[in-house]
Design a protein around this ligand. Structure first.
Ligand code: G3H
Ligand code: 13P
Ligand code: ZN
Length: 334
């Protein structure tokens, strides 16, 4: 049993309380490789932002769970080396789908876990979430639960349609489970294709697809029922069109990829939404940079020559999110 506190990590409790009070949101960036992690830590350290490092079940399978945990431990030291005397870094399990998986992460040093019972019948979601909370809280580990279903592809979970969170259920869920934060469904979804073209309209100036607005009335309903309770938004990539264009220009084929407009995320970050999950945008930034090097320098075969630019492009993206969308910069105590 390794306790996250011995690794220099923190849980989400104080971080979320401060974020709600301060009207900003903490970035929750997924990682499964070294370049992503370097870019996340560089961006968050240089902007003095707290950060949540997210590991999905798929990432654990891809990169090896032990290696990822040691990478997160190394990230704390790297942040210090970059001049952050008191980094605030959470190591979080994204979309945990069983008690056993959550327990295994807690036992190896994660400071936060999500138990995603959103696809289960309500009572089963409550029972599973409570079981994880009861275990996690013995070690001061935070737990995120979820109510409502996001459309799109999650780790080994595919949902065809959204089911918005029902504000009338949230008090009962939070009271019965004791979870520390709640992921809700208000129209975001996972991946780079968040809306079908027929759901969007075209911007007459740019020809770009403009998606329908998020269900802020549902968020308002949840906040009314649970004043000051930490809310989480999954599926919050904006799918930057410059990155999509670069990918397509250099041989990619991403058609009609569309994300959540940044203005909507800015608005959410100012509310009780205090954790915003971003994965797809980082994948796009990485792929765009790699494709560009491959197209422009076909003789190049040193991985550092294409993974380096990929890392730089991700760092730029993470900094942009922190500074211009979530507002989590300059929040560390030093
Ligand atoms: O919510 C899903 C995350 O983007 C993780 O994706 O399961 O492919 O690692 P993944
Ligand atoms: P995106 O696919 O929008 O980046 O969402 C990521 C996410 O919600 C991870 O849990
Ligand atoms: Zn998610």
């Amino acid at each position: 049993m390794i306790n996250y506190k011995d690794l220099g990590l923190v849980n989400t409790k104080e971080m979320f309380a401060k974020a709600i009070k301060g009207g900003y949101a903490i970035p929750a960036f997924n990682f499964n490789n070294m370049e992503q992690l370097q870019a996340i830590i560089k961006a968050s350290s240089e902007t003095k932002s707290p950060v949540i490092l997210q590991v999905s079940k798929g990432a654990r399978n891809y990169a090896n769970q032990t290696l990822l945990r040691y990478m997160a431990e190394g990230a704390v030291q790297y942040a210090k080396e970059l001049g952050c005397e008191h980094p605030e870094i959470v190591l979080h399990l994204d979309h945990g789908d069983s008690f056993e998986l959550c327990k295994s992460c807690i036992d190896m040093g994660f400071s936060s876990v999500m138990i995603d019972g959103s696809q289960l019948p309500y009572d089963e979601n409550v029972a599973l979430t409570k079981k994880v909370v009861d275990y996690a809280h013995q070690f001061d580990v935070s737990v995120e639960g979820e109510l409502g279903v996001l459309a799109g592809v999650e780790d080994e979970v595919v949902a065809e349609h959204h089911t918005y969170t029902r504000p009338e259920e949230v008090v009962d869920f939070v009271t019965k489970t004791g979870c520390d934060s709640l992921a809700i469904s208000i129209g975001t979804s996972h991946g780079a294709y968040k809306f079908k073209p027929e759901q969007c309209h075209k911007d007459p100036k740019t020809g770009r697809l403009i998606p329908p607005p998020l269900a802020f009335d549902v968020l308002d309903g949840v906040m009314k029922e649970l004043p000051g309770f930490p809310i989480v938004l999954h599926g919050s990539s904006s799918v930057p069109q410059e990155e999509v264009d670069t990918i397509n220009k250099y041989g990619g084929k991403l058609e009609a990829a569309v994300g959540i407009p940044e203005e909507e995320l800015r608005k959410a970050a100012k509310s009780a939404v205090c954790k915003i999950n971003i994965d797809s945008d980082s994948r796009l930034a990485m792929t765009a940079a790699v494709r560009k090097v491959f197209a422009e320098k076909p003789a190049e075969f040193d991985p550092r020559k294409y993974l380096g630019p990929a890392r730089d492009n991700m760092e730029k993206l993470y900094k942009h999110k922190i500074l211009n969308v979530l507002g989590s910069n300059d929040k560390l105590a030093n």
